[in-house]
Ligand binder design. Structure first.
Ligand code: SF4
Length: 328
């Protein structure tokens, strides 16, 4: 591990001041960053511990929830308002990791965690454009069963690992940021970048900018929602495909639908094509499948992950069919 300085901030302003040095990194629960430090993938000059920042979960004036970035994943999943009003958030967190990791990991760290592409972590044996710009990507012609089928590029085909972010994307969550140039609020769906020619730039964060909170909008009245994760084994595995869905019906017609996919793209994938196909359509399995097929029409599978296309279509169809059954 490369030596770095360590300091602890008690508020966002202090953290930003401490982070105003080249190669500084903010530390949440450390459940991803510490691995990256050990592997020397991350070599910061300074680590600023931000676990002392707000972990409060409070009601907003608009009827939503504001979740402090230092809130532990467990606290969010178990919070009464989250469980009752945003059950897909609780489900996604509980599907995401072991209890020990959920007890350590913070919401701010969760949204900024990095890919689990095994070639990315194989520092001594594999080429990776995300680690070394222009080096090449050994996943593209390697074992790529877990990699992306949507939104990837010829530079990087890694998937985003977070379950919670998929649920947040479906809910139109907002991300509160604070940095040297001030505060701003952006949609979660705009936080992560697709790799394009520059897979090292994974988010739209500016230098020294810090995630301070996640804001959930007021719950949508008359909707049903869920999160379903398909993986190789029942626990402690990243998604092959996951679906977060919010659905509202009126007289058997879809009046509102929000869909996001995980495990298939370099960022939480908001399924806008499927949503557009479904608005005003009958809430029937055939329409759900047609919408899912529309979303996957741009899929570009690799040698080992072609199965994800049909898996995503079937999972979306099954989730929507199930939600429609509950709603009718
Ligand atoms: Fe690196 Fe991305 Fe290729 Fe994985 S898929 S080896 S993270 S460039």
């Amino acid at each position: 591990m490369t030596p770095f300085s360590y300091s602890r901030a008690s508020d966002a302003a202090g953290a930003i001041q401490l982070g105003a040095v080249a190669q500084a990194k903010y530390l949440g629960g450390g459940t991803n960053l510490v691995d990256l430090l050990r592997e020397t993938i991350e070599q910061p000059s300074a680590v600023i511990d931000v676990t002392g920042l707000s972990a409060a979960i409070t009601q907003t004036d608009a009827g939503g929830l504001l979740i402090g970035a230092a809130a532990k994943n467990t606290a969010v999943a178990e919070h009464r308002a989250v469980r009752t009003q945003y059950p897909l958030i609780s489900r996604s967190i509980l599907a995401g990791a072991s209890a020990q990791i959920r007890n350590m990991a913070t919401v701010g760290g969760n949204v900024l965690q990095r890919t689990r592409c095994s070639y990315f972590y194989d520092v001594d044996g594999s080429r990776c454009n995300k680690r070394v710009q222009g080096q090449g990507c050994d996943a593209i012609d390697g074992f790529n069963r877990n990699h992306a089928i949507l939104g990837a590029s010829s530079s990087c085909v890694a998937t985003h690992p977070s379950d919670m972010c998929v649920a947040l994307a479906a809910l139109d969550a907002m991300v509160h940021l604070q940095g040297p140039a001030g505060a701003r609020v952006i949609p979660l769906t705009d936080l992560h970048r697709l790799p394009g020619e520059d897979p090292q730039t994974e988010t739209v964060l500016h230098m020294g900018e810090l995630v301070t909170a996640i804001e959930l909008p007021a719950p949508l009245l008359g909707t049903r929602s869920t999160y379903r994760k398909v993986r190789d084994r029942a626990s402690y595995a990243f998604a092959l495909v996951s679906v977060a869905a919010v659905l509202a019906l009126e007289d058997g017609i879809v009046t509102d639908v929000r869909l996001a996919l995980g495990g298939v793209a370099p960022k939480p994938w908001r399924a806008r094509k499927a949503e557009n196909s479904l608005l005003g359509a009958p809430a029937a399995e055939a329409a759900f499948r047609k919408a899912a097929e529309a979303e996957l029409s741009d899929a570009a599978p690799l040698r080992d992950n072609g199965f994800k296309v049909e898996l995503a279509i079937r999972t979306m169809t099954a989730v929507l069919t199930s939600l429609a059954g509950e709603a009718s």
